[in-house]
Design a protein around this ligand. Structure first.
Ligand SMILES: N[C@@H](CCC(=O)N[C@@H](CS)C(=O)NCC(=O)O)C(=O)O
Length: 215
């Protein structure tokens, strides 16, 4: 039985889970849950995931949500080796730290900028939110000044998660030119399996945000 992912390409977390799955190489059956049509509130979906968020994974009846938990599970279960999600205690802890950095800081700052513009009629990015994101990006810049990828010398699920988040704001046109290591890493991420698929969703997201921004 294939693994099923309830997915919406607009969503950074959803793309993060899928980008991880593409690097892992596990075949995925995708079912689109259109958040604009509120399909996540259908009874059948709420039965599956009472928190009604995407991404949601269904692996032969084992249902899991939270994009980074999905990426970790898939890497542990289907990874050909442990490069993407190391078994070594300290290397794994570093990947986890970067994953938590994404979920509790980077993605949160990006969402704080984009959601009011997408859904609440804002037409400008507030300067404090801009500074907030750039301060967080400065930490990412520091991580990347110490290693080729965000958690060491090879790609891990921290890269796929963080790249899926960052690509959303890059598609809005965020200037990262002063972050030389992030710029280098973003270029490296073009080699990730599923990169084009992620870009497509990020682009749609970016266009929707830009459409509501005052020129
Ligand atoms: N921390 C979660 C965030 C998931 C999330 O917020 N998903 C949003 C789309 S970006 C969603 O499904 N919203 C619809 C809802 O909650 O009803 C993850 O990483 O998976």
């Amino acid at each position: 039985m294939t693994v099923k992912l309830y997915h919406f390409p607009f969503s950074g977390p959803s793309r993060g889970a899928l980008l991880a799955a593409r690097s892992i190489g596990v075949p995925i059956e995708i079912e689109i849950v259109d958040l604009f049509k509120k399909e996540q509130l259908k009874e059948s979906f709420i039965k599956l995931n009472p928190q009604h968020c995407i991404p949601t994974l269904d692996d032969d009846g084992f249902v899991l949500w939270e994009s980074r938990a999905i990426a970790s599970y898939l890497a542990d279960k289907f990874g050909k080796d442990d490069l993407l999600y190391p078994k070594d205690l300290k290397r794994r802890a570093l990947v986890n730290q970067r994953l938590y950095f994404d979920s509790s800081s980077l993605y949160v700052k990006i969402r704080a900028i984009c959601f009011p513009i997408l859904f609440h009629g804002e037409t400008e990015i507030k300067p404090n939110l801009k500074d907030d994101l750039n301060s967080t990006l400065a930490f990412l810049e520091q991580f990347l000044s110490e290693s080729k990828w965000v958690a060491g010398d090879n790609v891990t699920i921290a890269d796929t998660s963080i790249y899926a988040s960052l690509s959303s704001i890059l598609a809005v046109g965020w200037d990262i030119s002063k972050f030389l290591n992030i710029t280098r890493w973003v270029k490296q991420c073009e080699s990730l399996p599923g990169y084009a698929e992620n870009e497509e969703g990020a682009k749609a997201f970016g266009e929707a945000v830009k459409k509501n921004l005052k020129q």
